[in-house]
Design a protein around this ligand. Structure first.
Ligand code: K2U
Ligand code: NI
Length: 187
């Protein structure tokens, strides 16, 4: 199983690389990797397992964070309304792409963190408020998703990892808590 020991931290060069597309049909290795990445996120959201294996909670994980420079990301966004209900989005995305995005921008009010960053970096991470993405699933099926609010932020955070971008690259160095009036603040 993947643990925090498998996750590389800021400063490791792989986090600054543009990851390579995966080819289909998926190799057994890439299929297995996706399954393990999903398992990590589920474990990290289980209080007992997170405690037992000292896992930081995660709603997304990108293969470069495991020192694997491939365009693979696992997403495990819990149901916001119903505790313990079906997750809002639980999937492994291969070769995800942003097809379009809103002009409107948004940021999580309390800022962002990262499993590959062992420090608090305060500041607003301004992103697109809405995005339309495509991705391939493990069976080679193409999917198209329109996302907004928190899920849109999570996906953009993960897609950044596939392009060697860290969340704090988006923070205004002069005034970290600055956001234009029209930037949507997400609780
Ligand atoms: O490091 C990662 O890529 C996983 C991040 C993704 C993320 C960070 C900030 C905002 C949205 C997504 C982890 O999920 S950060 C830990 C976390 C856990 C639960 C809820 C929010 C953030
Ligand atoms: Ni991250």
């Amino acid at each position: 199983m993947i643990t925090m020991n498998d996750i590389i931290r800021e400063g490791h060069p792989t986090l600054r690389k543009v990851a390579d597309e995966v080819s289909f049909p998926l190799s057994e290795e890439d299929r297995e990797l996706g399954i393990k990445m999903s398992e990590f996120l589920k474990n990290s959201q289980d209080p007992e397992l997170a405690e037992k294996y000292q896992l930081r909670g995660g709603v997304g994980l990108a293969a470069p964070q495991l020192n694997i420079s491939k365009r693979i990301t696992a997403i495990e966004i819990p149901n916001m309304e119903e505790e313990g209900g079906e997750p809002f989005l639980s999937t492994v995305m291969y070769n995800p792409k942003v097809l379009s995005h809103s002009v409107q921008q948004a940021a999580i009010e309390e800022g962002e963190g990262c499993l590959s960053v062992d420090r608090h970096v305060p500041g607003l991470v301004v992103r697109n408020a809405k995005i339309t993405i495509s991705y391939m699933d493990q069976d080679g099926e193409k999917h198209k998703l329109r996302l907004k609010d928190y899920p849109a932020i999570v996906i953009q955070h993960e897609l950044d990892h596939l392009n060697g971008i860290m969340f704090y690259d988006h923070i205004n160095p002069e005034n970290p808590n600055y956001a234009a009036d029209d930037v949507l603040l997400i609780q």
